[in-house]
Design a protein around this ligand. Sequence first.
Ligand code: ADP
Ligand code: ZN
Ligand code: MG
Length: 479
Amino acid sequence: MTDLNNKYEAVIGLEVHAQLLTKSKMFCSCANQFGAAINANICPVCTGQPGALPAVNRQAIELGVRAAMALNCQIRNESIFARKNYFYPDLPKGYQISQYEKPFCEKGSLTVRLKSGEQKQFGITRIHFEEDAGKNVHASHGTVVNLNRAGVPLIEIVSEPDMRTSHEAGQYLRALHSILQFGDICDGNMEQGNFRCDANISVRKRGDSKFGTKVELKNINSFRFVEKAIEYEIERQIDLVEKGEPIRQQTRTWNSSKNITELMREKESAHDYRYFPDPDLAPLVISEAWIKSIRSQMPEMPSQVLARFQKDYALSEYDAGVLTATKELASFYEQTAAQSKNPKASANWVANELLGRLNAAGKEIANSPVKAQQLGDLVTRIDQGEISGKIAKTVFEEMFLTGRNPAEIIKEKGLVQISDTGAIEVAIDKVIAANPSQVADYKAGKVKLLGFFVGQVMKETQGQANPGMVNELVKKKLD
Ligand code: ADP
Ligand code: ZN
Ligand code: MG
């Protein structure tokens, strides 16, 4: 395969549909709410009743403009809503309101970091507004159309065909996801379909300037699956070209149990959606004054949070990168550090202990059994000498399993660090009495044995003695 990978190059362009975090739908006042009872959130506008007129949701426009700004796009002061005509049971109007010739913004870019450490910039062709369709729900008595999602606002972010590997595509998606989340533009929930990606892939011989025929991979709901599907698709296409067979323009999907892409439909000719400007909607005017006011309310972007963590908390770029991977994680870390007043130790506990433990348990930070205040409190108790770092790990495990507070666990299990000279001396005397030959060796000059005695005393006290004090007292006794 390596030879073939030197001979061929993949070309990848991504289209992302992101659901906007608005209170109501794009063109009516129905709630934009996931999980409501079937058809609880519908009205004449979003069900396409004759004569019902759409009205643009200003909040949706503002969130779209935020995305445009975060992605360095040129915003069009006057853009057009168009009807995209097609028939499907979940689309009662017979058309979807979208933007076609004049989207609200174009010509942006997104710079991402690759695993090589290198940064690469990818072009954004355009972003346009769209409304979502409904959903066919298969129930025991047949299929029902749930229109709660019909008319929910989306932005579609179309990239240039600038990616060359599955890793580049994956990193682009992760960076985009993070920007939309930090900007409170989209919640990014991929299971609920609020951030959906279509990947377009073609291959060509290295050095060719013309692109090959592309295949579109639809509806893949995890970053890892997108990467795997792209890898599979690149190899499938190279195989075909090597065999002298043509690449057919197709829409395919990822089968995650078989680890292959499968044909959904052939695209014999381009769809004719007969786009035309929607006569019910005036041109969308986004004035400079409005843009300015949206800019003034722009939330902190991931790159800004990363820089702030390095500066304010003295974290390494690596740690700051880990802790700003998602908005939930960044905010969890900040709450932990605020509680403990020890940002450095808090970073270690969140990035290493907690994330490692969550990972092992298959859990996300959002449903961590240990809350930020509790973890911060644990860090404080170490700093104040109430428990040692080693005991803290035992306490943490118990916190993780039960969700209880550190104070309760420390008290119940009697884990408070022993800082009482008398108690430590009793343990030392016991260890000395039990190891006469080591004592003799030490006195004869084998000072390296100090570590042995300290270890024995820690063992004797079940790890609860204050290690600094043990060190000092052992030395004093033996010398
Ligand atoms: P369509 O008309 O089929 O929707 P577009 O030109 O609008 O195609 O492009 C859709 C997406 O496909 C964009 O993200 C674009 O970058 C990408 N794309 C276009 N041509 C290719 C190609 N030959 N190989 C890979 N990706 C491509
Ligand atoms: Zn409605
Ligand atoms: Mg297109």
